[in-house]
Write a protein that binds this ligand. Structure first.
Ligand code: DLL
Length: 433
């Protein structure tokens, strides 16, 4: 099923022609309207009127999160405030939020992009979709909301939190699809069980439209088992639009980019060089059609690779692998690169532990230490010290095999870790204190 078959199955050559036309247009548009781009282009003598091929993009300067901070709140906008019809913002860990704005056309483009992705994931006008992302300045809830309404699905905008009420409404309104972060989906499953509801009888979900944070295939399996859904992944970020940048089709062999609106590249995060097709590196994205806040060569910090082979679903737009994490989430432990997703994939395959974990990084003397705290799946496991020790050693050994370094493993009581209603925060890096 397609929402916009012509666009989604456009032959590669035609698509690249369109991308080039749009790249030229947006580069000139930014140069003429946004002082920051004008100055950046001039400083490296980049002439937007002379772009000849898509690969000329490599001469264009990058945009980073710091540019948003330095131009807070409206310095990067390309239209007067009266043309803005909506603001969103991402919270950020320190200081001011990142402010993003949309014109009326931007909102139309956004809901079209979202409509394509939810259709690719299998949502239809017959679905009742429970949206358990936080409504508000976060882009997730309203992004999915408008895309789903566009395809005629019935939207239930409950927001995240108050999980028992969420579950009650899911049952009473007979929700068939759930929108949430993967970590919140796991918590919802836990609450469904504690309320005594049966999956398939009281809760009739069949589809999960998840995203906004990393989720390994192993964690996805757990979510599918506990909620009875087919789980799909959606990727995006506020600076670029929100969700709607890329998402999985039913083949689930990568997340299809909306490539006619978002042009992806993969670069070496250290040198900034564009990497050859198929290599893993940092994802950089250029918005090709946004009016209010066009963003050129945005360094996402997310690590992935792109696949340009046609997909079995018929879509021609390239696919990105699930991200292995953000380059700034990567932990350097005693010189070894560790991605939290590697740890997650180990934890999710050990049945005696629950899918809730935390990583505590510290420094003892000059050496980094990594403690993996993970919840036990059942209280009975606490009855035998010997069995607990065996389990701890098993987790430790499996982590050593995957990461190549020793970790400290702490098994904590079932249901003792904080549950998240949004993006889970799993890393505590005491070295930064
Ligand atoms: O999380 C937008 C979004 C909302 C995407 C709902 C999908 C669904 P931000 O809050 O700005 O925007 O966070 C963006 O979240 O750079 C990634 O590191 C991470 N992220 C988003 N989606 C995924 C995903 C929204 N599917 C940052 N897998 C991005 C892994 C993701 N990480």
């Amino acid at each position: 099923m397609f929402f916009d078959k012509t666009a989604e199955t456009m032959p590669r050559k035609e698509l690249e022609k369109l991308q080039l036309e749009r790249l030229r247009r947006i580069a000139c548009y930014c140069y003429e309207r946004v002082k920051m781009y004008h100055d950046k282009f001039d400083s490296v003598k980049f002439d937007p009127y002379k772009i000849k091929s898509l690969s000329d993009i490599k001469y264009m300067p990058f945009t980073t999160k710091a540019d948003f901070r330095d131009n807070y709140p409206f310095g990067m906008f390309a239209v007067p405030k009266r043309d803005i019809v909506r603001f969103h913002a991402s919270s950020g860990t320190t200081g001011k939020p990142t402010v993003v704005g949309y014109t009326k056309n931007d909102l139309d483009m956004w809901s079209d992009c979202m409509a394509r992705l939810v259709t690719a994931a299998g949502a239809t006008a017959d679905d009742t979709v429970h949206i358990a992302f936080g409504y508000g300045l976060f882009t997730g809830a309203l992004g999915l909301h408008y895309g789903l309404e566009k395809i005629g699905a019935t939207v239930v905008p409950t927001s995240s939190g108050n999980t028992e009420k969420n579950v009650m409404l899911m049952k009473d309104f007979e929700a068939t699809a759930l929108v949430s972060t993967p970590s919140y989906a796991l918590h919802i499953a836990e609450v469904i069980e504690s309320m005594g509801y049966k999956i398939g009888e009281d809760i009739k979900l069949t589809l999960g439209l998840f995203g906004s944070e990393g989720c390994t295939v192993e964690m996805r399996d757990q979510i599918e088992k506990s909620l009875g859904v087919f789980a799909t992944d959606n990727y995006g970020m506020s600076e670029l639009i929100g969700p709607g940048v890329s998402g999985e089709c039913r083949e689930r062999s990568g997340l299809h980019f909306n490539e006619d609106h978002f042009l992806p590249e993969i670069i070496d995060p250290l040198t900034g060089e564009v990497l050859p097709q198929g290599e893993r590196g940092e994802l950089v994205i250029t918005t090709l059609t946004k009016e209010a806040l066009p963003v050129l060569r945005y360094r996402t910090r997310d690590i992935t690779r792109l696949d340009y082979e046609p997909c079995k679903c018929g879509r021609t737009h390239c696919r990105m692998d699930k991200t292995t994490g953000r380059s700034d989430d990567m932990l350097k432990i005693r010189g070894v690169n560790v991605f939290p997703s590697q740890i997650e994939s180990v934890i999710m395959t050990i049945p005696q532990v629950a899918p809730y974990y935390e990583l505590v990084v510290d420094r003892e003397g000059n050496a980094d230490t990594l403690e993996v705290r993970v919840e036990l799946a059942a209280a009975e496991l606490l009855d035998s010290y010997k069995n607990l020790e065996q389990l701890r050693e098993n987790v430790k050994h499996r982590l050593k095999t995957v990461l190549g370094i020793q970790t400290k493993v702490s098994l904590v009581e079932p249901k003792s870790m904080a549950r998240s209603a949004g993006k889970a925060k799993r890393i505590i890096d005491n070295r930064k204190k």
